[in-house]
Write a protein that binds this ligand. Structure first.
Ligand SMILES: [Zn+2]
Length: 354
């Protein structure tokens, strides 16, 4: 009876295997005829309950059947694998050209910064750096900006929430709680640098600054500035004029003239606005310079002795010039960009042009 059953399982299994057409059907077949709960497997598990005589006959027969079905299964499986691979697709053409990787480049502002740094380095200036999150002390007080100056207003400055914890203040020298802000200018680095160095010194400070104002084609809340500071025993306005003329002539690749106009800044005395001869018309007059032949570019002046004092120098011991201009403005002039908002937009269509 059992022997007949086993013969039947073998025949049925072999017959069913011939009708298998897909991998799913093959898997189902495996479960039915070779799986843990298959009839054949149950039969093998039941061998232990048989008499020794029965075991001698049924045991080998059941095992042979299992091995036979397993071999048949493996053969079909292999044929399936062979056919499932599209060898034409798998073929690798080693002579085909490779896929080129898109290469990025530095942001136009970074490129301009590097150019500016190179020119100043050649003139013996060192490059200095400072934090973008500043204390009220370095951004205003040490630079002689009066307590009631409108620049300190909420409308111009991004003030940060100050955590009420002594450990969290940046400047631990001051026992009073310092108010923190996003620096509105690169000038705080002047004081930070002078605190640690003794003149003669020449530094440039490239950096990002922040203003709390609404944006339009020529105003941005985040932009880049360049700070220049030269201090010594007898640095004069003439030194500034020479450095400025040399810098702009090299930057624009042609002779640039400088013009100074009296002005007022708390951190310099005397102070002046400076213009450069129009880079488009070379001073002859055009729409860009409004026919004046000059372009306004920034502010400068002789460092106010109060700023020296804040940095720890004795009043009257040194003199020097400080000068700031917009890196963003220069980039716009050089590349003829008409909307400042494009620069920090992160728009790759814009960035890729440089
Ligand atoms: Zn012009």
């Amino acid at each position: 009876m059992l022997q007949e059953r086993i013969v039947h399982i073998k025949e049925e299994g072999e017959k069913a295997l011939q009708t298998v057409k897909t991998a799913i059907e093959l898997a189902a077949w495996e479960v039915k005829y070779l799986g843990r709960k298959s009839e054949l497997n149950n039969l093998l598990k039941g061998l232990k309950d048989l008499t020794p005589e029965e075991k001698q006959i049924i045991g080998p027969q059941a095992n042979d059947t299992k091995q036979s079905l397993l071999r048949a299964f493996d053969a079909v499986k292999e044929a399936f694998l062979e056919n499932s691979v599209d060898w034409e697709k798998e073929r690798i053409d080693v002579t085909a050209p490779g896929v080129s990787v898109a290469r990025g480049h530095l942001h136009p502002i970074t490129q301009i910064e590097h150019e500016i740094e190179d020119i100043f380095s050649e003139m013996g200036f060192e490059i200095a750096d400072g934090p973008e999150v500043e204390t009220e002390h370095y951004n205003f007080d040490a630079l002689n900006v009066p307590a009631d100056h409108p620049a300190r207003d909420m409308q111009d400055t991004f003030w940060l929430k100050t955590i009420n914890n002594q450990q969290s203040t940046i400047d631990r020298k001051n026992t009073k709680q310092e108010r923190l802000l996003l620096r509105t200018q690169t000038s705080p680095v002047q004081v930070r640098y002078m605190e640690k160095h003794t003149p003669p010194l020449r530094i440039v400070v490239p950096g990002r600054v922040f203003r709390n104002e609404s944006t339009d084609a020529s105003h941005e809340h985040t932009f880049h500035q360049f700070e220049c500071l030269m201090v010594g025993d007898d640095v004069t306005v003439a030194n500034f004029k020479w450095v400025a003329e040399t810098f702009f002539s090299r930057f624009f690749g042609k002779k640039i003239d400088i013009r100074l106009r009296p002005s007022f800044f708390p951190f310099t005395e005397p102070s002046f606005e400076f213009d450069i001869s129009c880079t488009l018309c070379n001073g002859e007059g055009c729409p860009v310079c409004k026919q004046s032949g000059w372009l306004e570019l920034g502010g400068a002046g002789m460092v106010n002795q109060k700023v020296f004092e804040a940095a720890g120098y004795r009043q009257g011991k040194y003199q020097g010039f400080a000068w700031g201009f917009g890196t963003t403005r220069l980039a716009m002039m050089k590349y003829k960009i008409t909307d400042i908002r494009l620069i920090m937009s992160g728009d790759l269509r814009f960035i890729r042009q440089f």
